[in-house]
Design a protein around this ligand. Structure first.
Ligand code: ZN
Length: 469
């Protein structure tokens, strides 16, 4: 009897161990941007979906479980892209409000393609070592995307906002569940936020568009009401505000996140202090500022990562010269006629945005990496590596860039999940990227991906998506 009990206990212990799938990554250099520590010859023990233990040197073999030799490699927390839109594919037809090509490809067909390719999009994120993303706004079906990602192994963790609360309308995107909703009064704003809360958004998004017909002050009461109502429900608010005075107004009203750079003028000391005092997170999305202009003027500069890991169908659409001349919208015709003007506008944007990023990061403002992937020419997944290049061009060090893409980005992700990603630490989710060369030598090495670990499951990177033709 005694023996039987002992045996029963032993079998049970074996079963638990087997289920937990203990794995040890042995011998790599572990880089933890959260504290800036670099640990050579590290042992990272994964137990189930969590990091159980991180230490220097080889450990007692019996305690390690299955060992994977990682000598000569570099382990980082999985990257996080804090600004994507799953309702957009990145192809030429995905924003008919910007360039209407319905006569070439109806927008409803575009949306149907997007919905039927979500798993492919998810896998491309994992291929790029991006194990979490924040979808900063889309139709109500965005909440279904979050659910689907959470139920899919080869998918990033997804935080979402619902439809954007906007100062302007975008009828061409409205197929019955619009991604952008024009709100005219404070009461409408509160009502819409209450409707959103039923879906438990991770963040509420405001589209604070200012132009000659929409002044900063006229939409400000709606910004205020949206933020008050969201905060009353413990939900953070992210604001699209690309001019200095719009961004300042948004933060003064209580915005938690600014989702783009300030691109109209250099940020001033008061603005820097405001962001620091209010603990605002800023996501620069540098890459998106070049992509519309470059696609429309036929000057696209996709990186080798984008060409290799972006969806080939999406990339194939981006050659505007394949569209019959009589079907080209005026905006694209104009850009094609004067490509140098498009490139000049991009240069002018970066001449302001890049120094602004450097100034804010140096001052200690929390910067989270993000791309705005899904917009025309900004490729889901690998666009993050172009963002890294631009952050480098702004003067950020590799460690600063990695901090933006891990620990800082996790703060933007937020919630219980945000607290357990973006770090190599005991108890964190085992979301890791294993590189063949050192990203601290040059940030371009951040895309030399050998293996990706998501939720404790190890994937050889080259097997995650089909090879490009
Ligand atoms: Zn966006």
């Amino acid at each position: 009897m005694k023996l039987k009990i002992a045996l029963g206990f032993a079998l049970c212990a074996v079963a638990i161990t087997a289920h937990a799938e203990k794995i040890a990554l042995v011998g790599a250099t572990a880089i933890n941007p959260a504290d800036g520590k670099v640990m050579p010859n590290a042992t990272v023990v994964i137990n189930g979906d969590k990091i159980e233990h991180v230490s220097m040197g080889k450990q007692d073999a019996a305690a390690l479980g299955k060992q994977i030799d990682c000598a000569g490699k570099f382990i980082l927390p999985g990257y996080i892209d804090t600004h994507v839109h799953f309702f957009q594919s990145g192809d030429l037809f995905t924003r008919p409000d910007g360039a209407d090509l319905n006569s070439v490809r109806p927008y409803k067909d575009e949306v149907a393609w997007i919905k039927s390719h979500l798993d492919d999009t998810f896998a491309r994120y994992i291929r790029c070592g991006i194990t979490s993303v924040v979808d900063v706004g889309g139709p109500f079906w965005n909440f279904e995307v979050r659910k689907r990602a959470n139920a899919t192994a080869k998918a990033p963790r997804v935080a979402v906002a619902g439809p954007l609360i906007s100062s302007v309308s975008r009828e061409k995107l409205d197929l019955g569940d619009p991604p952008i909703v024009k709100i005219d009064t404070a009461e409408q704003a509160r009502e819409f936020v209450r409707k959103l809360t039923e879906q438990k958004p991770d963040v509420v998004k405001i589209w604070y568009i200012v132009d000659k017909d929409h002044a900063v002050e006229s939409f400000r009461p709606i910004v205020r009401a949206t933020i008050e109502e969201s905060h009353a429900h413990n939900i953070r608010v992210a604001v699209h505000a690309t001019e200095l005075e719009t961004a300042r107004a948004a933060v003064e009203e209580g915005a938690d996140v600014l989702v783009h750079s300030v691109i109209d003028k250099p940020v001033d000391e008061a603005f820097v202090k405001l962001l620091k005092d209010r603990h605002v997170i800023l996501c620069p999305t540098l890459v998106v500022f070049e992509r519309y202009g470059r696609v429309f003027s036929h000057q696209l500069n996709l990186t080798r990562e984008e060409q290799a890991w972006g969806n080939p169908e999406v990339i194939a659409t981006l050659d505007v010269t394949k569209i019959p001349q009589d079907k080209l919208p005026q905006r694209i015709k104009d850009a094609l006629a004067k490509p140098e003007e498009a490139l000049d506008r991009i240069k002018k944007t970066y001449d302001i945005a890049l120094p602004n990023l450097k100034k804010l990061d140096d001052a200690g403002v929390t910067i989270a990496a993000g791309t705005d992937a899904g917009n025309v020419g900004t490729i889901h997944g690998p666009a993050l590596f172009r963002e890294f290049q631009l952050m480098k061009q702004a003067g950020l060090t590799p460690m600063q860039i990695l901090q933006c893409a891990t620990v800082n980005a996790a703060k933007l992700f937020g919630g219980e999940t945000g607290a357990r990603v973006g770090k190599i630490d005991n108890g964190c989710f085992a979301d890791l990227v294993i590189l063949t060369s050192n990203p601290l030598d040059d940030i371009k090495n951040a895309s030399e991906i050998h293996t990706v670990v998501k939720n404790g499951v190890v994937y050889p990177a080259s097997q995650l998506i089909p090879a490009p033709h």
